[in-house]
Every structure is written in C-alpha cells, then in structure tokens.
Design a protein around this ligand. Sequence first.
Ligand SMILES: [Zn+2]
Length: 398
Amino acid sequence: MKLAVVVPDGLADFPVKVLGGKTPLEAAKLPNLHALAGRSILGTVCTVPAGMYPGSDICCLNLFGYDPKQYYPGRAPLEAANLGLVLKPGEFALRCNLVTADGHVLKDYSAGHVSTEEAEILIREIQKHLGSDRFGFYPGKQYRHILICKTDGPLEVEMDAPHDFQGQSYERHWPRGRDAQMFIELTQKSREILEHHAVNHKRARAGKGKANMIWLWGGGAAPVIETLQQKYGIRGGVISAVDLLNGLGRYLDMEIITVPGATGYFDTDYRAKGEAAVKAIDRLDLIFVHVEATDEAGHSGLVDEKVNAIEQIDEHIVGPVLQRLQKEPEWRMFVSPDHYTPLEKKTHVAEPVPFIFAGHDVRQGSGLPYTEKTARSTGVRIEKGNELMESLVHGWRF
Ligand SMILES: [Zn+2]
C-alpha cells in the first residue's frame, strides 16, 4: 500500500471581490484536483482543536494523525528538533531570541533581523560564558536560537513572546513562576556579554540595531509521542521548507527530504518538490508534501499569487503524485490545507477545511469539483483532524 498527503498551506479562502466573488480555489484552473474530487470523497475536516491556535504546526500534527490536544509539544521543542536537537526526557527547550534592548525598553524582537553569521558568533559567546551542564545555547537562523535546559521535573515558568511587547519595558515582562529567577539572571547576564561585543560595535557603526540581549520564551519539554512506525506501522517521509514541520517530522521519525529550490515562498520549485515526492514513493509507505506558498500569498493579500500557487500545486505536485500512486494495486491519498489563510484577513482562521480523500477502494465519487462550497455541500464532515490519517492507513470509515 502506498500513501500520499498533499497539504497546500492556508489554501482555503473566502470569496474575493476582484475574482468576481469567487475564492482562489474556485478561480484557479485545476484539472487534476477537480477531476480527483469528482471521483473521490469530498468533505470538510476540523484541524484546529477547540481552544488552540490555528498554527501550521498544530494543524499539520493533526493531519499527521496525532491529536494536538494530546501530543503538541510546543514551538521550541519543534524548532530544536529541526536543528537536530531531538529532546530527551528531562530536557526542556526554550526559544532564545536575540533582541535589541534600549535602556529597559525592548526595542526590537529580532535585533534588526540580525544575520545568521553575526548571530552565530554572538550565541557562541553566550554559550562560552553562560553554558554549563545545565544550560546549552545553540545557534539557529537569524534572531531565532535555542536554549536547552536540563531539569529534574517539570518547569514552572510563564514567559512572554517578545514580538508582543515591543516598545515596552521588558522588566514588566520578566518570566514568572517558581523557576523564573534563573532565566531572568541569564537574560541580565547576556546583556553584559553582548552590549560591547565587536559584532555589535560594527552593527552600531553601520546604523543597525544591536543584538545586545537574549529573550527566552516558548518553552516545552520532550514530547511523549509515538513515531509513525509505532503508531501506524508505516515508514513516512516529509517534504517541506518550513522548519517547524520538519521538526515535527523528526519526532515522528520520518525521513526529512530536502529539495533544492524549495524555498517556502512563491518562487519555490514546485516541479522539484513533485519529482522528489514521486521518487520517495518508491522507498516509503507514506509521503507528506507540504507547500507553504499558498499561505504566504494569503498573508501578503496577493490574489494572483495565491491563484497561481494553487495551479502550480495542481500541475506539478498533485498530478505527478497521483499518476505514480495509480501504478500501485493499492493506494490512498488525501489533499487538505491545514487551515484557512484568507486574503482579506491576511492571517490564519480556524474553520473546517475542504479535503479530497481518494484511493483504490473509494468506490463512489462526489461528482463535484474541489472548492470550499462543494466540500461543505456534501455534508461529509470529520470532527477530529487526526481521523483523516486513520482513514488513509486503515481505509475510509465514515
Ligand atoms: Zn501562515
């Protein structure tokens, strides 16, 4: 049995005026997706559990077949995993931003988008002075780094995200709770180490913001999660340009397939992603292809880019993957966005998303094209997003 999942991130949308009241999905030319929907099961699926944020990591965890309420480990453990730091029991990961502080004000959560090269020097300096058996600082990309902290039990600390209080006194946003003090001290010491570092003198001379302090937030412990092999008895691979999703793939022990030219943006190489997916089907039971471009277009409010991205996914990914699968006697596939990223809202919205479920054993088709409206009209609705993967592996059961 060969299985495939295609996730056009943020694909689903509301009607758009300049498209004559159509959604991008309705306006795009999609020969493969529409034909597939016609001979497959069409419906909607709830990917965002009540009370959770409609982030791609949470929604995709659901589409990977894991209930986020039970399994979501938090952002930092996923980002750590993407750096190759898969957390062990007793380890706690925190996001470590490089920020610009001015007096007691947090001026910039990204330290003027400090470069990865400069950041690496600064984080290694922090590690030299503040690293210990207990604390390890690891450089990531630009302003986004990781602190891994060893603990005896669960940490009790609440922390604020720095992009939420720019321009305010950071002392009013210090970590709170029983274990907060050590993180406050690390932050204060980082200022002493970084303020007069050569990298920052150079940045200041060039009129750029100094990366003169760290800010810790977004922590989480090692997730207790079964691998895809343990949970479903299958060997899977993931193709995505997004760090958080690759981190998730590592915890699930999936093969992380990097595709040259896959950028996570409109200029991504759709054809290369499709070809990599087709090749991966030869050696794996499941391939999970995630495309970020549709979401980026939604965030930017770019109508034409969103329509074009969907058409590219149809032609270069859905088409070839489907062709390859149909050479097998037994196969299944689903196509589903993780969430809505409506052009008019420019942000994620928690709504049930339209999906197509296809396979050798799907006997009756919907007879409909693939749109938000047609998916709602069938009345097929899956309340728990992880059940789509259950059906992919074990057969449709609704
Ligand atoms: Zn997004």
